[in-house]
Write a protein that binds this ligand. Structure first.
Ligand SMILES: *[C@@H]1O[C@H](CO)[C@@H](O)[C@H](O)[C@H]1NC(C)=O
Ligand SMILES: *[C@@H]1O[C@H](CO)[C@@H](O)[C@H](O)[C@H]1NC(C)=O
Ligand SMILES: *[C@@H]1O[C@H](CO)[C@@H](O)[C@H](O)[C@H]1NC(C)=O
Ligand SMILES: *[C@@H]1O[C@H](CO)[C@@H](O)[C@H](O)[C@H]1NC(C)=O
Ligand SMILES: *[C@@H]1O[C@H](CO)[C@@H](O)[C@H](O)[C@H]1NC(C)=O
Length: 347
């Protein structure tokens, strides 16, 4: 692990978890000696008083967990800025005018409000790679976010819709966390995110699956919404999708067209906590299937294997069927031929 990612990891973890094994623990340790050393070492001049700028790591500035209520001034040289766990509520247009070298901007766990973010606040950050704004008071996606972003985290806010302009031109965006907001509407703006591999929109208010999703997703998380159906040919639009999570929705058998999930390439399918009465047909290549807490009344072996022979058998390893209306006695004896690799069947 590079020092940079180690730093990030630890800045996100409680101090106690990092202290023992981590050579950088002195950076965020706030107790006794560590802090005293930091203060003594603070680089002169441009480091704001309320923050720490370790001389041995001159492109980082640590302002996290200091009760800040407004943005500190940011020296131009800074690439990694830690502002999380404060009570900052506003990001005025001028706050980051000099911060054109920022690569990581960590602003999670503050109280930033959408109406208190300047329209041009993020405009100068042409090199920004990661922006963490989760756990704030946002009601919309901030405007003019840098197109250079690769990792954008907006979860645990109160965003209610995604508009066409929100992510326009973010050709390099790879990870987008939107979970635990109040999103009921997603325009087709996500479609153009050609590099996106992970999209998490769980814990929102979606009534249906957004119409056009990026084609190269590997992971799609839609659990805890109010989705009752899956469009015909839904998975045909993806070339690399491996993980689909749709637990805690209102899916019924009627809402799932036959063969929806019979596509090779899927590794994990989570349809638990829905209203299914039958086991949907899945591909023989699927490895993990979660169907617990539905209303399944029958163990249909044909859902896993249409023909069983030397090469035609299910690669399923995990099968959860507990919390349904069937028991162990409902598993047909021929199942062992088909479910050859299942090491965990919960029923
Ligand atoms: C930006 O830099 C200019 C020129 O050095 C300085 O006058 C100004 O106070 C800086 N603004 C912020 C918000 O740091
Ligand atoms: C942000 O939301 C929290 C929780 O809902 C609330 O207590 C706080 O007052 C809000 N802050 C601002 C600045 O609106
Ligand atoms: C995406 O990344 C490439 C390679 O690092 C870079 O050349 C390009 O400018 C980036 N695109 C955007 C929109 O920032
Ligand atoms: C699933 O798809 C495969 C390949 O297209 C096909 O051969 C198989 O019969 C289908 N399974 C079922 C149960 O329809
Ligand atoms: C399963 O058997 C059918 C018919 O015998 C064959 O066409 C197909 O390729 C086999 N599928 C796999 C995954 O081995």
């Amino acid at each position: 692990m590079s020092p940079v990612s180690l730093l990030l990891l630890c800045s996100l973890l409680p101090c106690s978890l990092c202290h023992s094994q981590d050579p950088f623990s002195w950076l965020y340790g706030r107790s006794g000696q560590a802090l005293a050393a930091l203060q003594a070492d603070r680089t002169g001049g441009d480091c704001p008083e309320e923050c720490d700028c370790p001389p041995s790591y001159p492109v980082a500035m640590y302002c996290d967990g200091r009760g800040l209520t407004s943005m500190p001034s940011i020296p131009e040289r800074i690439k990694y800025l830690y502002l999380q766990n404060n009570q900052i509520s506003a990001v005025p247009d001028a706050a980051m005018v000099n911060a054109s070298n920022l690569v990581w901007l960590m602003m999670h766990h503050n109280q930033i409000r959408s109406d208190a973010i300047g329209k041009k606040a993020f405009l100068k950050l042409a090199k920004l790679d990661r922006l963490y704004l989760q756990h704030n008071n946002l009601t919309s996606v901030p405007s003019n976010l840098p197109r250079s972003l690769r990792d954008l985290r907006l979860h645990h806010n109160s965003i209610d819709k995604i508009t066409a302009a929100d992510f326009e031109g973010m050709d390099n965006l790879t990870v987008l966390y939107l979970h635990d907001n109040s999103i009921s509407e997603i325009s087709s703006s996500l479609k153009s995110l050609g590099s996106l591999t992970l999209l998490d929109i769980s814990g929102n208010k979606l009534k249906k699956i957004p119409e056009s999703l990026p084609a190269h997703l590997h992971q799609l998380y839609l659990e805890s919404n109010s989705i009752d159906s899956v469009p015909e040919g839904f998975l045909g639009g993806f070339s690399q999708l491996q993980y689909i999570r749709m637990a805690h929705n209102q899916l019924t058998d009627k809402g799932i067209p036959p063969n929806t999930f019979n596509v090779s390439g899927l590794v994990e399918l989570d349809l638990s906590f829905n209203r299914l009465e039958r086991i949907p047909i899945v591909s023989t290549t699927l490895q993990h299937l979660y169907l617990q807490a539905n209303s399944i009344k029958e163990f249909t072996l044909g859902s896993f294997c249409s023909i069983v022979d030397i090469s035609n058998f299910s690669r399923l390893r995990t099968l959860r069927l507990d919390g349904n209306e069937i028991g162990r006695q409902d598993i047909p004896s021929e199942s062992s031929q088909c479910l050859r690799q299942a090491f965990e069947i919960d029923i």
